[in-house]
Design a protein around this ligand. Structure first.
Ligand code: HEC
Ligand code: HEC
Ligand code: HEC
Ligand code: HEC
Ligand code: HEC
Ligand code: HEC
Length: 453
């Protein structure tokens, strides 16, 4: 399970409206009760189309259980691609199908796994279907590829089949947006989109299905400071316009005149649409950038480290990561232990100093967190939690039982909990051994990590 090149991992970049901040509101955002912040729909966008049934029996009599998750707790992409692109729509769904019994094992042979979004079936739109994103208008100019409507950078659409790998299935690059069909055309966003995932036998017979969150948000609100006459525009001394991204480019051009001359780069404000990663490398996009220019993460966090409104708190990070409405951090650490983003990541300067952004992240088995001892045996098998496997035989991915970072069960969001409730009757992480072993204490053991008795 190597980090694949060009993998768009991501992030939800959201901007929070911080109490007391002087941020203004993007002119293009229709007025709403929460001053320019996109309103969020009900927890269950459309609700699961089918009541989940994550367990079933194959024709040969084996019982199986279906585990599904999104690898990242949130993916963020631009609400508008006409001027700049930081990240495209791009989510990754993972599935493990475990044969239940005394000798459980993840299986893939003879099975197909499909995904679809019952309440999110288009992005580009057409008659009677309001456009949900203008990504497709600018994809060629930004990413150099011609994409069919609703098809993302890896050739996937909003419904399809996962690829079978060694012990798991994956669908990489699903271009899902945060707009549901049911209220498309309104400004309401639904960051906790529900995918329906179905396991079929070769005959086509559906064996098991479940509902799994695909977290996605456009709540990346640079407008808080970069709107017309916003703090950043005033401070930089530019003549700001009614377009947030143009203002950002105007500041960039002004501040970087010297380095642009050195590198021979053209001013950005007149070179749109442009991909920031065409110069600033980003491991999220597999983009190497231009020699001598800092990575996107280093540049962004370093530049904003001293902006007074951006405190080392969750609210501070949510000026760009999603966000006061999306609140992407919804996991057990935040809900039960009161963790904030910097508790695990450090402040902006710390984030800005990463030599390998996206690949160098906090670890669960960090000695100051969940120490890996002979008694606990909590050890990542990969530098990234999302790619690690655990449990006694090392074949079950950590996220199959605990869910993704920032959403680690038990999550605040009802949508995240649906699949766990369907599996074991409660919304916490997978604690019931019975789900896979068929018994409560497999061979006398009651712990998923501690040494086998
Ligand atoms: C809390 C306020 C705030 C937010 C939110 C914010 N910025 Fe900024 N940004 C600033 C300030 C202040 C400056 C510096 C202005 C100056 O003094 O020149 C700045 C400068 C910049 C620059 C110029 C960098 C350079 O030196 O060339 C870029 C690019 C930029 N911001 C991009 C963004 C993007 C993209 C977002 C959203 C993801 C964002 N900013 C969100 C306050 C903010
Ligand atoms: C044509 C190349 C180019 C493009 C495209 C580009 N930048 Fe830059 N950027 C630079 C250079 C060169 C610098 C100054 C050197 C450095 O920071 O490595 C810089 C500096 C910055 C800084 C300030 C870093 C600091 O430490 O103060 C920020 C923030 C930034 N860029 C953000 C962005 C964003 C956001 C985008 C997309 C909207 C973008 N850049 C697009 C070349 C580019
Ligand atoms: C001014 C906007 C802004 C603020 C504020 C901000 N970020 Fe980011 N962050 C970004 C952008 C843009 C990216 C995407 C970089 C890329 O595309 O590679 C990013 C990416 C990241 C990443 C992934 C890349 C990496 O370096 O590993 C982490 C982790 C991260 N941010 C953490 C934080 C934390 C923690 C805070 C608060 C302490 C924070 N950010 C505040 C804009 C911001
Ligand atoms: C409990 C610790 C913890 C907290 C709190 C936390 N993170 Fe993370 N974060 C992680 C870990 C661990 C990873 C690596 C995830 C992986 O490998 O899949 C990560 C990864 C990331 C990434 C890279 C993309 C990804 O999802 O892998 C970004 C961006 C990020 N965090 C931003 C934030 C922001 C913003 C906050 C607050 C809203 C936050 N984090 C709060 C532990 C935390
Ligand atoms: C998500 C499915 C799943 C859950 C839940 C689960 N296990 Fe397992 N377990 C497996 C699989 C699959 C194996 C086989 C080794 C491997 O592939 O990792 C295994 C192996 C084991 C083994 C090694 C002996 C053997 O049968 O191979 C023990 C002991 C064990 N599990 C105990 C537990 C306990 C105790 C719990 C509950 C706290 C639990 N397991 C929950 C899937 C699961
Ligand atoms: C088969 C399901 C399963 C898998 C796979 C799994 N865990 Fe766990 N995890 C559990 C259970 C159940 C517990 C509760 C303690 C126990 O049973 O050992 C737990 C406990 C933990 C704890 C301690 C939580 C606390 O409250 O102190 C951490 C941290 C943890 N796991 C991390 C991981 C990591 C990292 C991986 C992947 C390397 C992983 N787990 C893989 C089921 C799993």
């Amino acid at each position: 399970m190597n980090q694949s090149v060009g993998k768009v991992m991501l992030v939800v970049l959201l901007v929070a409206v911080v109490a007391g901040s002087q941020g203004c509101v993007m002119a293009a955002t229709p007025a709403s009760s929460s001053a320019g912040v996109a309103p969020i729909g009900p927890a269950v966008a459309g609700g699961p189309a089918k009541v989940p049934r994550p367990t079933g029996t194959l024709t040969d009599g084996s019982k199986i259980v279906l585990l599904a998750w999104n690898d990242l707790g949130m993916h963020c992409f631009n609400a508008d691609f006409s001027k700049i692109a930081i990240l495209p729509p791009y989510n990754n769904l993972y599935v493990q199908v475990v044969r239940v019994g005394e000798d459980p094992a993840p299986i893939t042979a003879g099975l197909t796994v499909e995904y679809r979004y019952p309440d999110n079936t288009w992005s580009v739109g057409g008659p009677g279907k309001p456009q949900k994103s203008n990504f497709w208008t600018y994809a060629k100019a930004l990413f150099g590829v011609s994409l069919k409507p609703d098809v993302g950078l890896t050739g996937r659409g909003l419904a399809g089949r996962l690829d079978a790998k060694d012990g798991y299935f994956v669908a990489e690059g699903i271009p899902v947006t945060d707009k549901s069909d049911s209220d498309a055309g309104t400004t309401t966003i639904h960051p906790y989109q529900l995918a329906e995932v179905t396991v079929r036998e070769a005959s086509g017979k559906a064996i098991a299905w479940t509902s799994v969150v695909t977290p996605v948000s456009t709540e990346m609100r640079c407008d808080m400071c970069h709107c017309k006459d916003g703090d950043a525009c005033i401070q930089a001394g530019i003549t700001s316009v009614d377009d947030v991204y143009t203002n950002i480019l105007l500041i960039h051009d002004k501040r970087q005149t010297a380095s642009f001359q050195k590198f021979g780069f053209k001013p950005l404000a007149t070179s749109t649409p442009l991909l920031c990663a065409s110069c600033h490398s980003s491991n999220a996009l597999g983009a190497v950038g231009k020699p001598g220019v800092s990575s996107m993460s280093n540049a962004m966090h370093r530049q904003h480290a001293n902006v007074p409104d951006i405190q080392p708190t969750t609210e501070g990070c949510q000026h760009c990561h999603p966000g006061p409405e999306t609140k992407c951090l919804r996991d057990v650490h935040s809900q039960t232990l009161g963790f904030q983003c910097p508790t695990c990541h450090g402040d902006l300067s710390t984030v800005a100093s990463s030599a390998q952004p996206w690949l160098n992240e906090p670890r669960c088995d960090d000695p100051s967190c969940h120490k890996n001892t002979s008694a606990t045996q909590i050890k990542q098998s990969n530098a990234l939690y999302e790619l690690s496997t655990g449990h006694h035989g090392g074949k079950i991915m950590c996220e199959a039982c605990h869910d993704s970072t920032h959403a680690l069960a038990r999550s605040r969001e009802a949508n995240d909990r649906i699949k766990f409730v369907a599996l074991q009757g409660d919304g916490t992480y997978l604690t019931k051994c019975r789900v896979c072993h068929g018994v409560d204490a497999p061979q006398g053991n009651t712990k998923a990590h501690a040494p086998i008795e």
